[in-house]
Design a protein around this ligand. Sequence first.
Ligand code: IPE
Ligand code: IPE
Ligand code: MG
Ligand code: MG
Length: 331
Amino acid sequence: MPTGCLIGDSSLNNVDFLELIAEDIEEVEELMRSRSEGYHPDLGAAMEHLLSAGGKRIRPKVALLMGKLLEADQRDLILLGASIELLHTATLVHDDLIDGSLLRRGNPTLNSDWSPAATVLTGDYIFAQAAELAAEIGSTEVMGLFAETLAVIVNGEISQLFSRKKLTSRKAYLQRIYEKTGSLFVLATKSAALLSGSAEERIQAAVVYGREIGNAFQIVDDVLDFTGTRETIGKPIGSDLRQGVLTLPTLYYLEEKPDDQVLEKVLAGHHNGADLKEVLGRIKASGVVQRSLQEARKYSHRAVRALEGFPDKSEKQALIDLAEFIVGRDI
Ligand code: IPE
Ligand code: IPE
Ligand code: MG
Ligand code: MG
């Protein structure tokens, strides 16, 4: 399927390259849902609320495609996919609390309704469920990587928190997006490769693929915070700037317009709704969005190149299509 057909797709569930793993994804879904039983009813209800809201499930899809391409055990891949998606879900619960975000996947966030204490505990509960599933795979290597990845994500989130409203270098930005997001895609691809018993060189290539699509994914997420609509991305627009978080489009803009007074006001947190709207408009009109997407495309091409030596199977083509989808998406 040509990439262009995917642009504007409102769902990642019906695209051709994912038909290969449609049934596996159903199993991942069932396994995640089964974890919401047996504890305090509010924990189960919160988990159900989060999972039933949807989400692209892109990380388990990547793990399944890589694992099937390299012929890992199917049950291990289902466990891996479910554990990674739950880890992702837990990070979102905490991220929304940190960001004060009220909308996720088109639904009210937990923190919009619950106290910070209940929200933190629910996130912890989901982390624990994710870890239990990862442990069931029975690989100490994967379990170690799982724990390490969570530490790296936390590092990225805390670096972002402590650098709010501060001028960030592009280098620091790229480090942060790897930590926040690239690392979890690496967990998906590296674990799938480890579970397949592949040779070291192939495991490293799987790492590169995961890292590059993950970084591209976060750059596009940062772009969508400017160009998206609340309806398509299911979360508020402009929230990075509102929080004083400098992402790639803003960094490029600041290189061109270091003296923009309204942006300065927004970043200092002394702004009203009209200032924010003005800055969002200026940034969108300045060409930095295209420049950022061009950067994301570079990552996506590097990901595709990493797959060069992999077996020529339909899963490989699907991983190539997925890398292209990531940069063309509007969801
Ligand atoms: C959102 O991830 C958080 C980021 C790392 C950008 P997704 O865009 O994958 O969110 P869902 O799971 O589809 O809702
Ligand atoms: C993803 O970054 C952070 C996580 C690792 C959870 P964002 O803060 O950009 O994600 P969204 O935009 O809230 O989904
Ligand atoms: Mg956020
Ligand atoms: Mg974002």
